[in-house]
Design a binder for this molecule. Structure first.
Ligand SMILES: Cc1cc2nc3c(=O)[nH]c(=O)nc-3n(C[C@H](O)[C@H](O)[C@H](O)COP(=O)(O)OP(=O)(O)OC[C@H]3O[C@@H](n4cnc5c(N)ncnc54)[C@H](O)[C@@H]3O)c2cc1C
Length: 415
């Protein structure tokens, strides 16, 4: 594996692709590494696009590994920009690029991420936008000026982060969510209600159980109940589709996400996939799912790089999923399952700082924390360990989490 002719080709230069490229070098991989990006932009980090970037527009601040990638000769990572991979020949081990060029690989990594779902009813309106790329964020930033009327479709993390930023930029913000609560996929109901109250109190007009039916040319959007909402900009944040077409065309097992194991192995020998484009076993649910988080992209990349450089000692990726979401003054952090058969609150929601812990069959399976970063980092370890610490212990305000964890974080025995 450590020969100069050995070539790892990585398709997609987002967090997953850049992480595996740089990790290979950190681990001393001596072969060639090529990163293929369909974007012209130098690689960048996506989480700030719905946060700080909307305020300051500072693209330099969000570049990924600038020192490694700017000095490519040093890092020895070839970056091909503005040139998508368009087809794979798994037998010949060759990927064809948009400009007709063919690249031979010894190992191929698909890190093509995901793209936003769109609403067909709104697809033709020039006022409608999604938020995935730096270009999207620049376009949103340009329209979000004082007094602009922003309509957000979708009450997930990106929609709520954008709502908070809209208010900071003095826009008037309406958010429409089809479900009867916010954050259905990523936060427990109690937390979602806490967030809803915070956003409403801050000035966001939230309409639950509603969808957008039309966006006529008169500067309004029409909701399914006939209500008309004035909107200069409509941002749709209703989830994503995996960019798994290359894999599907090449015959790899995929279903809106490429199936992988803990080393990113797909069903084709020598072909790997990592990041948002994958479908992997989620340790929190036991099901094969897409885990669309920043930490997952890096964790999978690290496990794959270790596997490629030292397969005998590599450890498969099996981290309990976790993410954060900054929504105005609230920082939400969550790990593991969002529901259980028992739940308890540590801290006081009235104070604005608390954690909600979930148990299933006596084991801690999830935690979601609001403005309680210290508790979150410790409780997350109990989730990962499947601890059996009881609610009355963890909700005791005098309980010292650090010492409880020292005693309990050792892997527990099966029930
Ligand atoms: C606005 C926003 C805010 C977010 N905030 C958070 C957060 O607060 N916390 C959190 O945990 N996660 C957050 N995330 C999620 C996190 O950013 C993603 O999970 C992570 O970026 C996934 O990285 P990736 O490399 O798998 O995919 P991507 O970042 O999507 O990168 C994939 C790259 O591959 C390229 N590509 C696709 N097809 C091809 C092709 N055929 N040829 C060449 N290139 C191709 C794409 O153009 C893209 O550049 C956020 C995401 C967004 C969009």
């Amino acid at each position: 594996m450590q020969t100069k002719v050995f070539h790892v080709v990585i398709v997609g230069a987002g967090m997953a692709g850049v992480s595996v490229a740089t990790r290979l070098r950190e681990l001393g991989f001596a072969g060639a590494v090529t990163l293929v990006s369909q974007e012209e932009e130098a690689p960048y980090d996506r989480p700030p696009l719905s946060k700080q970037f909307l305020l300051d527009g500072d693209a330099d601040a969000i570049r990924l590994q600038p020192e490694a990638l700017a000095a490519q000769a040093l890092a020895d990572i070839a970056l091909i920009r503005g040139n998508p991979a368009v087809a794979l020949d798994v037998r010949a081990r060759e990927v064809r690029l948009g400009d007709g060029r063919g690249l031979r690989w010894d190992r191929l990594v698909l890190a093509t991420g995901a793209r936003p779902r769109v609403l067909p009813a709104l697809a033709r309106s020039p006022r409608v936008q999604t938020l995935r790329t730096l270009e999207d964020a620049r376009a949103i930033r340009q329209t979000l000026t004082l007094g602009a009327r922003l309509l957000i479709v979708g009450g997930g993390p990106i929609g709520l982060e954008l709502a908070a930023m809209g208010l900071r930029l003095d826009a008037r913000v309406t958010l429409v969510e089809a479900a009867d609560r916010l954050m259905t996929r990523s936060a427990p109901a109690l937390i979602a209600e806490h967030l809803r109250r915070h956003h409403v109190d801050s000035g966001v007009d939230i309409r639950l159980g509603r969808s957008v039916a039309d966006a006529p040319d008169d500067g309004h959007a029409v909701l399914d109940d006939g209500a008309r909402v004035a909107a200069d900009l409509i941002v749709v944040g209703i989830g994503v589709h995996a960019n798994d077409e290359l894999a599907v065309q090449a015959g790899l097992a995929a279903d809106d996400g490429i199936f992988v194991d803990g080393f990113g192995r797909t069903t084709a020998p020598g072909v790997f996939a990592i990041g948002d484009v994958t479908r992997q076993r989620n340790p929190a649910t036991g099901r094969f799912e897409r885990i669309e988080t920043w930490s997952n992209a890096q964790g999978q990349a690290r496990a794959l790089a270790a596997h490629l450089t030292d397969p005998d000692n590599a450890v498969p990726y099996a981290e309990t999923p976790w993410f954060w979401s900054d929504q105005g003054e609230l920082r939400l952090q969550a790990a593991g399952a969002i529901t259980g058969d028992e739940q308890a609150i540590r801290g006081d929601p009235q104070s604005g700082r608390f954690s909600l812990i979930q148990w299933r069959d006596g084991r801690i399976v999830g935690v979601a924390a609001v403005n309680a970063a210290r508790d979150f980092h410790m409780l997350r370890r109990l989730v990962a360990a499947g601890s059996r610490l009881r609610p009355e212990v963890l909700t005791d305000p005098q309980a010292n989490l650090k010492s409880l964890i020292a005693a309990a974080a050792a892997p527990s025995t099966p029930a």
